[in-house]
Design a protein around this ligand. Sequence first.
Ligand SMILES: Cc1cc2nc3c(=O)[nH]c(=O)nc-3n(C[C@H](O)[C@H](O)[C@H](O)COP(=O)(O)OP(=O)(O)OC[C@H]3O[C@@H](n4cnc5c(N)ncnc54)[C@H](O)[C@@H]3O)c2cc1C
Length: 414
Amino acid sequence: MKRYSMFAVAREAMRYHAGWERAWRSPEPKKRYKVIVVGAGGHGLATAYYLGKVHGITDVAVIEKGWLGGGNTGRNTTIIRSNYLQDASAAIFDKALQLYEGLSRDLNYNVMFSPRGLLMLAQSEHERRGYQRTVHANGLQGVSTQWITPERVKELVPILNIDGPRYPVLGALYQERGGTARHDAVAWGYARACSNMGMDIIQQTEVTGIRRQGDKVAGVTTTRGEIDCEQLAIVVAGHSSVLAEMAGFRLPIESVALQAWVSEPIKPAIDVVVMANLVHGYLSQSDKGELVIGGGTDGFNNYTQRGSWHHVEETTRALVETFPIISRLKMLRQWGGIVDMTGDRSPILSKTPVEGIFVNCGWGTGGFKSIPGSGFAMAELIACGYSPLAAEFNLNRFKEGRFIDESVAAGVAH
Ligand SMILES: Cc1cc2nc3c(=O)[nH]c(=O)nc-3n(C[C@H](O)[C@H](O)[C@H](O)COP(=O)(O)OP(=O)(O)OC[C@H]3O[C@@H](n4cnc5c(N)ncnc54)[C@H](O)[C@@H]3O)c2cc1C
């Protein structure tokens, strides 16, 4: 494929943009692949990309029941950070952040990574102590974060009310390298690079069954026929337990809806990302000017991509105290995605009881930020049978009680 560059834009402008090629091919599925990845979200596409780029495995198909990036990858609030408490989490999320820092160049695709800085507000004594502990842990992990005072918070976010009567701001955990990226572009960039390596991205094709030969994977049944493979990666977020059931094992995953919404566009008002985890709302401003707002998950299992109305009301109400100016804004649209939650709120990157089948799931409400690191580790696990970054996130931890408890550590794992 032709490289994207300033010169290419200039050249195409001269001929009315008629010469651009399609960003990825839409091939007919072959009968057999070495590796099949189910799910063309960010994690599935990144897995395929690093299989090709790092391990030279390009006989790969990525099978997607809808359109690529149409799952949670295209529905999230794009927050990127690596300030986790537990060592295993910090390692994989920081690997992801490092890869994000060079991703546009690596993929030759502008993913609009914007390291604008991220603040996690402490609005109770408990949170203050928790975040100060995280800053110390991050120091030991080599992840640079800092504790900042309420006055510094106000300097960074002038529209923030630090003296709220119920939830005053006591300081914040600040990660300067944190920020956002354009979610669709991340999926599209990986897809284009995979297609360029000769991999097949097969959209509008649902995997309806997983075929086994004894304890080994043989292939998948899809709405476009049967396809054989030597190795199968299940990377389908909210549908992970559905696919696991097809393969004959169970996963400790619950599927729930998480939603987000945006305001009408306004002039630039906030140039950092703010998470207010006590009141459970987070906010940033998109390049279009909309305030992008997210809240908590539904309190019950479901597969709807909507989310309950009371969350919109509760989160907006909570954020209005901290950001009084948003009380005058109209909310434009709201949407939801199905997230895959584990008990310890940490992901699963693991071999499974079926030889040749791997799972990558459980990223729950916080897996956009990890896409490059997750894909890198998953590719290593599939190609080499072991990945240091993935090692602690295996399925056995639920049997052995070795939880990587980010939910208790952070209260929130977005
Ligand atoms: C509202 C919301 C806000 C969020 N905010 C953030 C945030 O700010 N920061 C952050 O880091 N994370 C956030 N997340 C979480 C993040 O979006 C996810 O963790 C991440 O996108 C998961 O990516 P994925 O590739 O695993 O899944 P997905 O992008 O959901 O991809 C899975 C794909 O599998 C496909 N699939 C399912 N079943 C089948 C089948 N049988 N056959 C073929 N294909 C199938 C689906 O169609 C889907 O495209 C948010 C999520 C939501 C919903």
